[in-house]
Design a protein around this ligand. Structure first.
Ligand SMILES: [Zn+2]
Length: 271
């Protein structure tokens, strides 16, 4: 819907603002229904499964192609000083492979930056731009880098890098070697964030919660089997809460935006 001045001219501020939000939001709630390829850019092995495993299982069942890009090597993910970081990395790769099998994720890409020290560098951004041009996704799914009180630098950096890469992948003079190598610049229609403070799309995962929990349980190094009930319980509590928003048993919540909402747009927070 294209909004014209005449549409808001005679409205008061509140009504005019609501009208603009409605126009800007058009189509966002259908993003997951129309997507055929989704690129999930996550800080660590397990983040996508935890935050969006139900959505992923649902998308796969609908015939969608899913790729995970994991930014860091997960090498600090242990409390045991005797286990070497290299060992943790290899364990976490196999755990993510196992979880991907459970959810039906087709492809895993590993960026292997150091766990806990990811920064939004040009190197990382350019590598992501190349991946986006290879995959040509309809949606880039990542964690919301603007989540209030998020302290983990890998999470903040991953969200920022994913957004910047999606934004610049459309410009042929950015990373021009891609284009010379035959890759096409790409406009990603939607960016979707999980672990977000103001979600605008809720997805019914009632039929997929068990598969999601099974996928999360595959990350045994992070969620030891003897205490997995705690993780399962907290996932069920949170999904149950979100389900209440749309009148279903279990849901996941996302903030879905278009690229135009991620640059000089004063409405984005309220969309
Ligand atoms: Zn993480």
């Amino acid at each position: 819907m294209i909004l014209e001045e005449a549409n808001i001219k005679d409205l008061d501020y509140e009504e005019a603002y609501k009208t603009i939000l409605r126009a800007e939001s058009t189509g966002l709630n259908r993003a997951f229904e129309v997507a055929q390829r989704v690129l999930c850019i996550q800080p660590h092995p397990d983040d996508t499964d935890l935050a969006a495993g139900g959505l992923i299982a649902r998308l796969v069942e609908g015939g969608c192609d899913i790729t995970y890009v994991t930014m860091t090597d997960g090498s600090i993910g242990t409390f045991d000083p005797e286990t070497y970081p290299e060992k943790i990395t290899s364990i976490r790769v196999s755990e993510q492979e196992e979880a991907a099998k459970i959810l039906g994720v087709k492809r895993l890409i590993w960026m292997n930056y150091g766990d806990s020290s990811l920064r939004p560098t040009m190197d990382a951004r350019n590598r992501l731009i190349t991946v986006i041009r290879e995959i040509q996704p309809h949606i880039v799914l990542t964690n919301d880098p603007w989540l209030t009180y998020e302290a983990h630098p890998d999470h903040v950096a991953t969200g920022i890098l994913a957004v910047e890469a999606a934004f610049f992948a459309m410009f042929p003079h950015v990373n021009p070697s891609d284009v010379r190598a035959g890759l096409r610049p790409h406009v990603t229609p939607f960016i979707a964030f999980y672990w977000t403070r103001k979600p605008n799309v809720y997805v019914d995962i009632t039929d997929y919660i068990d598969r999601k929990i099974k996928a999360v349980a595959a990350h045994k190094s992070q969620f030891p089997p003897e205490r997995f009930w705690e993780t399962e319980n907290s996932l069920r509590v949170h999904s149950r809460l979100l389900g209440k928003k749309i009148g279903v048993a279990y849901a996941e919540a996302f903030k879905v935006l278009s690229l135009k909402h991620l640059h000089c747009c004063p409405y984005t927070e309220d969309l």
